[in-house]
Design a protein around this ligand. Structure first.
Ligand code: FAD
Length: 458
């Protein structure tokens, strides 16, 4: 006999646990299923451990720059086991608190095991069948293994296994010059590894504007990271205990000789082993579950939240999916995915804070637009901190005066971008920021100055 619930949640990522909290508090008998680590990617193998290690790498970087700030240290030595232990403590404490929270939740039963659909309203876990009229899928994604020549001959790392290293790679080869690859690349360079980044496309972070890509490349090269763009054919070979990576189809030089390889070429949703066919849930060609603006799948009573629906790809978007689902189901508040303004950060140092459209998207849209740009070398706070790399840029609709998008690549960029984001959510014109008095000295105080200098995009 199936065990009957009012709601079943599959996955304890960034949406599932909070949704379990709301549903069970509203009196719904809820089951939540986790097959691996409570808290999912962000907590265990994504944001939290990586940002803990980015912080260690930043401290090492500053220590090496001691003379710039008027002090001296002995030689800076990195203890990777200690860096890992710090990261494990931070990440482990989040993981434990998610599990403790769920296990102590009234009206909620936790199952540990792999869940798969048996039918539109039945899910099988550990040999038991659970049934509910409402089922929420929050299964996240995993790193892809690209079909590169020789990849099976080498022991390569992904975003999960690299976090288990407690020794420093002599030479880390990173395949993939996008968000995850760049964060790991810079961090390991700062810990003391030689680092080479191989990117198939013509520039790093290809989704960003060209000026952002170029500036990110200079920042990384300034720290001694080797970068190979346009790597048309990437191949691997093991020779004398080393890993050789080829970057041209003709296997001509340069060949890169490294000790470790990180594959960071993208992620795919965990939807291929979920029995979605038995439930009749539709996915797109990438395996993303197809949803409407309120996260409903094509099957009544089944919702998909977080990375597995392909609409976000971030912790904050998955959490927002929880808010949308809870608002619609429990609060009669018709919140929508399309209410969301795209925003995210790239956590190299200095970070890139991004919101809305890129300059290239604005140009393609054909909108009449204004642009403002200011180098970080002219931002007082950046000069005082000795961190003047990067720039800030804003795009404004010339007719409505509403902000279309912005990028802040520079110290504090991940925080300062929020003053632009909030005005966009408030649906107010950019002139509102101009009249606001910002605190001195901050990076944010230069945003009104940049806005005073807008000119039409050509
Ligand atoms: C290296 C790295 C760094 C990142 N940094 C950032 C960052 O700085 N900021 C940011 O916003 N985002 C970041 N992200 C992305 C972020 O981690 C994800 O977008 C976020 O975790 C997605 O959450 P989710 O709720 O979709 O699912 P996930 O957090 O992926 O959780 C899904 C859970 O479902 C479980 N599961 C899967 N299938 C089943 C099944 N069949 N049965 C039972 N359980 C199952 C999994 O074990 C997992 O615990 C990063 C990602 C990576 C890889």
């Amino acid at each position: 006999m199936p065990i009957t619930y009012d709601a079943i949640i599959i996955g304890t990522g960034q949406a599932g646990p909070s949704l379990a909290g709301r549903l069970s508090a509203a009196g719904l008998k809820t089951a939540i299923v986790e097959r691996k680590l409570f808290g999912g990617t962000c907590v265990n193998t994504g944001c939290i451990p990586t940002k803990a290690m980015v912080a260690s790498a930043y401290a090492v970087h500053l220590a090496r720059r001691a003379a710039d700030f008027g002090f001296s240290t002995g030689p800076v030595a990195v203890d990777m086991a200690a860096v890992k232990a710090r990261k494990d403590k931070i990440s482990g404490s989040s993981n434990t608190s998610v599990e403790r929270w769920l296990r102590g939740m009234e009206n909620c039963t936790v199952y540990q095991g792999h869940a798969a659909f048996e039918s539109p309203h039945e899910v099988r876990v550990n040999g038991e069948t659970l049934t509910a009229p409402k089922i929420f899928i929050n299964v996240g994604g995993r790193a892809v293994k690209p079909p590169l020549a020789g990849i099976d001959q080498i022991a390569y790392l992904n975003n999960s296994s690299i976090l288990q290293l407690d020794v420093l790679p002599r030479h880390l080869i990173v395949v993939g010059g996008s968000y995850i690859g760049l964060e790991f690349g810079q961090m390991f360079r700062r810990f003391g590894s030689e680092v080479t980044i191989i990117e198939m496309g013509p520039r790093l972070v290809g989704r960003e504007d060209e000026d952002v890509s170029d500036s990110v490349k200079s920042i990384l090269e300034n720290e001694g990271i080797q970068i190979h763009l346009d790597a048309e054919c990437i191949s691997f070979e093991k020779r004398d205990g080393e890993i050789l990576a080829g970057v041209t189809c003709a296997r001509k030089l340069p060949e890169i000789s490294g000790s470790h390889v990180l594959i960071a070429t993208g992620r795919r949703p965990n939807t291929d082993d979920l029995g979605l066919d038995k439930a009749g849930v539709a996915v797109d060609h990438r395996g993303n579950i197809q949803i409407d603006d309120q996260l409903r799948t094509n099957v009544p009573g089944i919702w998909a939240l977080g990375d597995c629906n392909g609409k976000g790809g971030f912790t904050h978007t998955s959490y927002n999916d929880f808010e949308i689902a809870a608002a619609n189901i429990l609060d009669h508040d018709p919140r929508r995915v399309s209410d969301r303004i795209p925003c995210y950060a790239l956590y190299i140092d200095p970070p890139l804070g991004r919101v809305g459209m890129t300059e290239s998207e604005v140009r393609k849209s054909g909108k009449k637009a204004l642009i403002g740009k200011r180098t970080m070398a002219r931002v007082g706070r950046a000069i005082e901190k000795g961190e003047t790399q990067g720039f800030m840029k804003v795009l404004v609709d010339a007719e409505t005066r509403h902000i279309l998008g912005a990028s802040i690549l520079g110290t504090g960029g991940d925080e300062a971008i929020h003053c632009i984001l909030d005005v966009m959510y408030a649906k107010q014109p950019y002139t509102l920021i101009q009249r606001a008095v910002h605190i001195h000295p901050t990076v944010s105080e230069l945003i009104p100055t940049m806005l005073a200098d807008l000119h039409p995009i050509e």
